[in-house]
Design a protein around this ligand. Structure first.
Ligand code: ZN
Ligand code: FE
Length: 243
């Protein structure tokens, strides 16, 4: 039996979360989607953790901006989507659908989930019941469709929905309050959304984070996962974009 991973949320920029994942037995520490280097290095140092790996979900600057500084300071290796190598400097390990990537004895499987960007990937640790989804899914929301289609996002939601209930979902932004308000507009009769929105409002008023979330919670409250068709997802995404 492998020991549990330790996870640390590092809030940076206006609303990004960078995730540090530490595996004690191997001494490895992973950073997922470092927007910037300094606060991440400082957070690792405060714990006495040495960063050994960086995993990127997609090429946007707020997910890779810290790569060079962290690599320079630690020699960490970089795993990133194979389809976005042209946009992400110095990738050691291009990652494709079904690839297995490791942190100590823990293994994650790469899922290609295009839509927010064309090469976006997620990292699913099945045995640890957790997934890093970048900007594909958020608590009660989904990423904007910058380089993909509603049909692709709909397909991504089917894959996430199929994961076990208790899977912890680590997304890359604190968008839950805005997403929750939209979710209640999209499904005014949904009591689970109303209840969750009230909890999120209280948490944010205390300046608390609202992620990670879980697959079970998203199934009950995420209007994009709950969309019954590609068309419904498309119209909800368009309505949210209009704000
Ligand atoms: Zn993004
Ligand atoms: Fe982002």
């Amino acid at each position: 039996m492998v020991s549990a991973l330790e996870i640390l949320r590092v809030p940076v920029l206006s609303d990004n979360y960078v995730w540090l994942v530490h595996d004690k037995p191997s001494g490895e520490t992973l950073v997922v989607d470092p927007s910037v280097a300094e606060p991440v290095l400082a957070a690792a140092q405060a714990r006495g953790w040495s960063i050994t790996q960086i995993w990127n979900t997609h090429w946007h600057g707020d997910h890779i901006g810290g790569n060079p500084g962290i690599v320079a300071a630690t020699g960490a290796t970089v795993t990133a989507p194979a389809a976005e190598l042209a946009k992400i400097p110095h990738v050691d390990r291009p990652a494709r659908e079904g690839d297995r990537v490791r942190l100590g004895d823990h293994e994650a499987v790469v899922m290609e989930v295009p839509a927010h960007t064309a090469g976006h990937i997620a990292y699913h640790f099945a045995d640890d019941a957790m997934i890093f989804v970048g900007d594909t899914m958020f608590a009660m929301g989904c990423g904007r469709l910058f380089e993909g289609t509603p049909a692709q996002m709909y397909a991504n939601m089917r894959r996430f929905e199929a994961l076990p209930d208790d899977t912890q979902v680590y997304c890359a932004h604190e968008y839950t309050l805005s997403n929750g308000k939209f979710a209640l507009q999209a499904e005014p009769q949904n009591e689970a959304i109303a209840d969750r929105l009230a909890q999120v409002e209280a948490a944010r008023a205390r300046d608390e984070a609202t992620v990670p979330t879980t697959i079970a919670l998203e199934r009950a409250t995420n209007p994009f996962m709950r969309a019954q068709s590609v068309e419904e997802l498309a119209s909800r995404r368009a309505a949210k974009d209009r704000g």
